[in-house]
Design a protein around this ligand. Structure first.
Ligand code: SF4
Length: 599
C-alpha cells in the first residue's frame, strides 16, 4: 500500500514520441528521499545517463512533487525542477510555487520526468497518464507569462502550465522556468526545457490523494497558520526579503561592483524602507501560503508606469553588484529578466564580471561600465537575444572567463559555475564554507549558513569549527525543507525543526518518522547529490571560492579588515568533510554509499 500523500510512481515521458511509462517508487525509496529536491536527486541517478550533455535530448528534466503538496499546510504548494545544469554540469534543483505543484501532483504522479526532444516547438500536456504535444510555434519567442496567459485561454480552466521565455529557447545557460510569476530560477533549467523544444508543460489534475491522518494534518495546519502570523515571519510580511539590503550594507555584507566592495553608497535609494513608502502597490502570496512575502512595487519604465514583485536578490544582483543605484533602472532590469526568462543572480553576476573586464580592457565593450543603467539594459537584451557580447555572457561567468582569459577567472563571481548570491563570503565565513561545498554551487537556498553568521553566535569574520557546524546544520535543514517541501521563510517558526517536520510527515504519510530519522534523511540527500556530482566529473578543487575572495582583504564598516585566507577556508572544508564522513578529497566511503539506495 502506498503511504499517504504519495502515488508511488513517477511518469516518464518521451517528448519526441509523446508517449509515457510509469516508474514505480517504493515506499522505502520515498521514505528515504521524501520528494522535491531529494527525490529529484535519486531520479537523476536512476534516469540520467552518466556524462550526458545537459542540453542533449536524453538528459532528463524532472518536475518533482512532495508528500505535503495538496495538504492545507501553509507554504506547501511547491515543486522542484531537477536536472543536470547546463551552467555547472552538475546536479541542479530549483524550487517554484503555486498551483502547478498541486495540479502536477494530482496528475497522479510524485514526479513527471521528461526525456527526449520534440521535433518542433511544443507544449507538453499531461492529463493523468495521458500525454500529448500541442504545437507551440505561435508561443515561441514570447515571455513565459504571456505564453502562460495564452495557454490558459486555449486550454481552459483546470490546466496549469510552467513555461520558459526567449532565453530558455536560445539556450542561455541561466534561463528560468516560470509559473504564475514565480521562477525555478537557478542553474539554467529553462535552457534544458528549451533544448527539448518545450515552450511549456501543462498539467491537469485527474486523481486524488489523501493524508493518512487528515484530522492531525488539519490540526497541524491550523497551528502552523497561527504561527506563520508571528514574529518569525514579520520581516517577510512587512518589507519582504529586500529588508536585507540596508541591513547588509550596514554590516559590510552587501556585494558591490563585482565583489570589489561590501558596502554601496547607493543602497538607501534601493532600500525596501524607501520603496515601501514611495512605491508599494500591494502584497501577494503563493498558493496555500499565509505569509505573503511578495511585495509589488510600481516603477517608471520606458513604456510607462509598471508593477513588479521585488526580492532582495534581484535588487542586489542588478543594483549594487553592477553599481547601479537608480531604483527605476534596477526594477526595469529585473522586469526584463522576467520577460526574457533569466536568473537575475547569474545575469547580474555575469554582467558585473563583464563590466570589470571592460574596465580592465579585457573585452572590447567600452559602453559597459559599472553604474550605467543603459549598459545594464543593453547587456540583458544582448544576452536574451544571444547577440553581440550577449552570446559570450549567455555562457555564465565561469565559461566566459575561460574564453576571455587574462586572469579574469580570478574575479568571476561563481562557484562550480553558479554565480554567487548577495552574501559577502569574507564577512560571512560560515556562509563562505556553505557556498564552497554545496552541490548546486554558490547558492544561499541550499546552504543558509548566513543565518548563523548574522545570529551573533560566532565571529562571522573568523571562520573555524563553529562555522563548520553551522554550515552543516543549515545544509541539512535545507535538504529536508526542500524535499518535504516547505517554504524556507517558514523556518523561523519551528523550535525543534526536525521533530516538528517529522510529526507533519507522519500525519500525512502514516509513517512513524521521528527527528533522528529526518536528520539521517538530510545527510542521505546531501550525500546523494555529492555522489551524483562525483559521477558527473566533480573534482575536489570545485569545492572552493573565487580567488578574489581569498586574496583581497576587505575593509569593513566596523574598522576591522575581513580576511578569508585559503588556509582558513581549507581548514573549514577539511572539518566539513570529516564531519560528513568524507575522505580528505571530499569523497564518501562504502558505508555512506550503501545507505543511498541508488541502484
Ligand atoms: S513566504 Fe513567500 S515565497 Fe514562501 S510560500 Fe509564501 S509567498 Fe511564497
Amino acid at each position: 500500500m502506498v503511504a499517504g500523500g504519495y502515488f508511488g510512481r513517477a511518469l516518464v515521458v518521451d517528448a519526441e514520441s509523446a508517449t509515457a511509462s510509469t516508474l514505480p517508487l517504493s515506499d522505502e525509496l520515498l521514505r528515504a528521499y521524501l520528494g522535491g529536491a531529494g527525490l529529484g536527486a535519486w531520479l537523476m541517478h536512476r534516469l540520467g545517463p552518466p556524462g550526458v550533455d545537459p542540453l542533449a535530448p536524453e538528459a532528463p528534466l524532472a518536475f518533482v512533487f512532495s508528500p505535503l503538496v495538496g495538504t492545507p499546510l501553509t507554504t506547501s504548494a511547491k515543486f522542484a525542477v531537477v536536472a543536470k545544469s547546463p551552467l555547472t554540469g552538475l546536479l541542479n534543483d530549483a524550487l517554484a510555487s503555486s498551483h502547478f505543484a498541486i495540479s502536477g501532483k494530482l496528475t497522479g504522479h510524485d514526479a513527471i520526468v521528461v526525456r527526449g526532444a520534440c521535433r518542433q516547438p511544443s507544449v507538453l500536456l499531461v492529463d493523468g497518464d495521458r500525454v500529448r504535444l500541442l504545437d507551440a510555434s505561435d508561443l515561441w519567442g514570447l515571455p513565459a507569462a504571456e505564453a502562460e496567459r495564452r495557454l490558459r485561454e486555449r486550454l481552459g480552466r483546470g490546466w496549469r502550465s510552467a513555461a520558459i521565455g526567449p532565453a530558455g529557447e536560445r539556450g542561455v545557460r541561466y534561463a528560468t522556468i516560470s509559473h504564475d510569476g514565480r521562477h525555478a530560477g537557478r542553474g539554467g533549467l529553462g535552457a534544458v526545457m528549451g533544448a527539448k523544444g518545450l515552450k511549456a508543460i501543462a498539467v491537469h489534475a485527474a486523481a486524488k490523494v489523501a493524508s493518512a491522518d487528515p484530522q492531525a494534518v488539519l490540526a497541524a495546519a491550523r497551528d502552523l497558520r497561527a504561527r506563520s502570523f508571528g514574529p518569525a515571519t514579520a520581516k517577510y510580511r512587512e518589507l519582504g526579503t529586500l529588508a536585507n539590503l540596508l541591513a547588509f550594507n550596514a554590516i559590510s555584507t552587501l556585494p558591490t561592483r563585482n565583489f570589489q566592495a561590501a558596502t554601496f553608497a547607493g543602497a538607501p535609494q534601493l532600500a525596501a524602507e524607501d520603496l515601501a513608502t514611495m512605491r508599494s502597490v500591494t502584497r501577494n502570496s503563493c498558493a496555500s501560503c499565509t505569509i505573503g512575502c511578495e511585495h509589488i512595487y510600481s516603477y517608471s519604465a520606458r513604456g510607462g508606469q509598471k508593477k513588479l514583485r521585488v526580492e532582495y536578490e534581484n535588487v542586489f544582483a542588478l543594483g549594487p553588484m553592477c553599481g547601479v543605484s537608480d531604483p527605476d533602472a534596477v526594477l526595469e532590469a529585473s522586469a526584463r529578466c522576467d520577460e526574457l526568462g533569466l536568473d537575475t543572480i547569474s545575469a547580474g553576476g555575469t554582467i558585473a564580471w563583464a563590466m570589470e573586464c571592460a574596465e580592465r580592457s579585457l573585452i572590447d565593450a567600452p559602453w559597459l561600465r559599472f553604474g550605467d543603467p543603459d549598459a545594464l539594459m543593453r547587456a540583458l537584451d544582448e544576452i536574451g537575444a544571444r547577440q553581440g557580447l550577449g552570446d559570450l555572457l549567455a555562457q555564465g561567468s565561469r565559461r566566459a572567463a575561460e574564453l576571455v582569459g587574462g586572469g579574469s577567472a580570478a574575479f568571476a563571481p561563481q562557484v562550480k559555475g553558479l554565480e554567487l548570491p548577495g552574501y559577502e563570503p569574507r564577512t560571512m565565513q560560515a556562509m563562505a564554507l556553505g557556498l564552497a561545498v554545496n552541490s548546486r554551487g554558490a547558492d544561499h537556498n541550499r546552504s543558509g549558513a548566513y543565518e548563523a553568521d548574522l545570529s551573533g553566535g560566532h565571529d562571522r569574520l573568523a571562520g573555524g569549527p563553529e562555522h563548520v557546524t553551522a554550515a552543516i546544520e543549515t545544509e541539512d535543514r535545507a535538504a529536508v525543507m526542500d524535499s518535504l517541501i516547505l517554504c524556507k521563510f517558514l523556518r523561523g517558526v519551528f523550535t525543534e525543526p526536525f521533530d516538528e517536520w517529522a510529526a507533519l510527515l507522519s500525519a500525512v504519510t502514516g509513517w512513524d518518522t521521528d527527528g533522528a530519522e529526518l536528520r539521517q534523511t538530510a545527510r542521505r540527500i546531501v550525500l546523494a547529490k555529492r555522489v551524483y556530482n562525483i559521477r558527473e566529473g566533480w573534482r575536489p578543487e570545485d569545492d572552493w571560492l573565487p580567488e578574489r575572495l581569498l586574496s583581497e582583504p576587505l575593509a569593513v564598516a566596523s574598522g576591522r579588515v575581513a580576511t578569508l585566507t585559503p588556509e582558513r577556508l581549507r581548514g573549514m572544508i577539511d572539518g566539513y568533510y570529516a564531519a560528513r564522513g568524507l575522505d580528505r578529497e571530499g569523497r564518501p566511503g562504502p558505508a555512506g554509499l550503501a545507505d543511498l539506495q541508488l541502484y
